[in-house]
Structures are given as structure tokens and as C-alpha cells.
Write a protein that binds this ligand. Structure first.
Ligand code: PEP
Ligand code: MN
Length: 337
């Protein structure tokens, strides 16, 4: 259910309604809006309590939310979520996040951070803990990788996006990251999602390799149940019969998710195509779909990369791609953040 307060409702009335929802044994989620406040209710199984809430001062209406997910839905929050982080924002414009698949050593991560900062990119993504298909593949530098990411931020001021692999590792990643990434393979790691729902940092949730939109949004719902409102979705390609690209980048998901949810959506054309040559075209296409930004793999020397080199742009290619976004963003009247 969703309690819609009237435009003149006072903070005290909002607080009283939230208290009543708790007394009923449910959880209130206060959602301030441009003209009025709404209070999402979770934990209820039906409309019990609706009548008592309707009679409270300041309450305009109490409506049922028809979708399975509540807090992520447009029904509950019509205005788009804008996540402010690291001196920029995700949502309400186009945000480019870039960086190598993994932190490999100090020189390459600091060099990449410097390069991106000079270009105007505000967020660098790089994994310290890597979820690899093979147990024999490079697994990331772990705690040392986190230390190097902190160093790169200290030297350049760039914001850090990095992956949390498991519940046990969450606290130490949270200390360093500005944005916590949940990888495709972990999209339905419900223990991890619950843990991050109380994190003080935004969470970037990748779509699972075979996840429907409903499953993806329900995973995002887990992230919001503990009070974390700063959730960012990221489409990174799904598995289909097609084998001409590493995954099938589902750009059609953008208008669908925008219709169903207020959360920002990024596109990862690197994992989505698996080939550096294809990344620029799909990046520009992503901008045209109305996506909120990109997550792109960039490496100072892709041929020597320890993971995902074939899909990583070198600095020259990334510089060209970055420059090509501006005229397109202008035509579309989308602010490049
Ligand atoms: C990554 O971002 O490097 C990664 C492992 O992505 P995904 O979880 O989408 O496979
Ligand atoms: Mn990768």
C-alpha cells in the first residue's frame, strides 16, 4: 500500500502516520515528493489497516500498489531518483563511469584515474574482488586492490565504484567505495542484497545474465527494503542464442524499466558486446535510448590486461568515444554530467 499525504500535511502528521504503520506491524518508507509526501508500506499482506490510516490527519488517500515490487516502482515514486555521489550525480543526465575490469597494480590504476579525471570523468570503476567463471583465472588483488583504489582517489579525487562479492567482504569494500557494485552473477544473492540494503553507500545492481525485468526489479527491491534509497540499475547484456557478441545487450530494457521504475539505469556495452570495436556504437545508442549513463571498460594497455582486455578501450579510443557523445547529447537535450 501507499499512503498519499495531502500537499499541506505537516511533518508531524507524516511522522504520526509512519508511527501508526509501525504499530500495525508494517514498515513505513517516507518518500518526499515535489508537491506532496508519500509513505510506502511494506510487510503487509493485504489492505488491512487501510481504513484507520485513511482517517488520520493529513492523509489524502491510501492506494494499493499493484506490482510485486513496491519501493522501486513508479507507482510509489513518480519522480526519478537522482543519486548524488562523488561530486556528480547519476540520474537526470548522462553519467559516464569508466575504468579497467580489475585493479592490476598501482601504476595502471593511478594512470587510469589521472587520465579519466583530466577528461572530466568523475567516477572510476575497477574491481578488487572479481567474480570469474574459472577458479584458475585472475581473481583480483583483493584487499590490496582496495588500498590501491583508495590511493587513486586520494591522488586524483575521482570517485570509486567497485564490486562487493559477498556478505563477509561488504564492510571493507564499503569503507573504500563511493558506489558498491553487485555483479550479474550476484543479482539474486539475497543475503548480500539484504546486507547492502542498510549500507550508507549507493549500490549499482547489474542485471543477471538470464534475469527478467521483474526479477531484476525485485532484486532492487531487496536493496531498498533496509532503507537504502540510492540504487542504480545496470544492463550488461543477457544470454541468448546469439553468439556474435559475448552477450546480447538489451537496450530495449531502458524504456521498459523507465516506465516501471524511478531508478536510474546505466548501460554496460563492454560486457554487453565483449568487443572493444563494438562499444562506441552501442554507447551512443545507449544515450539515445534515454539511459542515465554508461559503465565502460578502459585500460591503458588492453592487450596486457589480466581480465576482459578484448572488450576494453584504450585511452585513444575512449577519448574519441567520449568526444562523440557531446554533439549527440546536445541534439537530444541531455546534460552530459
Ligand atoms: C565486471 O563489471 O567486470 C563484471 C564482472 O561484470 P558482470 O557482473 O556484468 O559480469
Ligand atoms: Mn569485466
Amino acid at each position: 500500500m501507499l499512503v498519499v499525504m495531502n500537499a499541506k500535511a505537516t511533518p508531524a502528521q507524516v511522522a504520526a502516520v509512519a508511527d501508526k504503520i509501525r504499530q500495525l506491524g508494517y514498515a513505513p518508507h517516507v518518500i518526499p515528493g515535489a508537491t506532496r509526501t508519500a509513505i510506502g508500506i511494506t510487510g503487509n499482506r493485504g489492505p488491512e489497516g487501510r481504513d484507520v490510516l485513511l482517517m488520520m490527519p493529513g492523509v489524502e488517500d491510501v492506494v494499493r500498489v499493484t506490482s510485486g515490487y513496491k519501493l522501486v516502482s513508479r507507482e510509489v515514486q513518480p519522480q526519478p531518483t537522482i543519486v548524488t555521489v562523488a561530486g556528480t550525480r547519476i540520474g537526470g543526465g548522462f553519467t559516464v563511469i569508466a575504468g579497467p575490469c580489475a585493479v592490476e597494480n598501482e601504476a595502471m590504476i593511478v594512470e587510469t584515474a589521472r587520465y579519466l579525471t583530466n577528461l572530466g570523468v568523475k567516477l572510476m570503476r575497477a574491481g578488487a574482488f572479481k567474480p570469474r567463471t574459472s577458479p584458475y583465472a585472475f581473481q583480483g588483488l583483493g584487499a590490496e586492490g582496495l588500498r590501491l583504489l583508495a590511493k587513486a582517489r586520494q591522488e586524483t579525487g575521482i570517485g570509486i565504484v567497485t564490486e562487493v562479492l559477498d556478505v563477509e567482504g561488504a564492510a571493507r569494500v564499503e569503507e573504500v567505495a563511493d558506489v558498491l557494485q553487485v555483479g550479474a552473477r550476484n543479482m539474486q544473492n539475497f543475503a548480500l542484497l539484504r546486507r547492502l540494503s542498510t549500507a550508507a553507500k549507493p549500490v549499482l545492481l547489474k542485471r543477471g545474465i538470464a534475469a527478467t525485468v521483474e526479477e531484476w526489479l525485485l532484486a532492487a527491491e531487496y536493496l531498498m527494503t533496509g532503507g537504502n534509497r540510492r540504487v542504480i540499475l545496470c544492463e550488461r547484456g543477457v544470454r541468448t542464442f546469439a553468439d556474435h557478441t559475448r552477450n546480447t545487450l538489451d537496450l530495449s530494457v531502458v524504456p521498459v524499466v523507465k516506465h516501471l521504475s524511478h531508478l536510474p539505469v546505466l548501460i554496460d556495452p563492454s560486457h554487453g558486446t565483449g568487443r572493444a570495436d563494438y562499444v562506441p556504437a552501442m554507447s551512443r545508442a545507449a544515450l539515445a535510448t534515454g539511459a542515465d549513463g554508461l559503465l565502460i571498460e578502459v585500460h591503458p594497455d588492453p592487450r596486457s590486461a589480466l581480465s576482459d582486455g578484448q572488450q576494453s578501450l584504450d585511452f585513444d579510443a575512449f577519448t574519441r568515444l567520449y568526444a562523440s557523445l557531446k554533439p549527440l547529447a546536445d541534439v537530444l537535450s541531455v546534460p552530459l554530467l
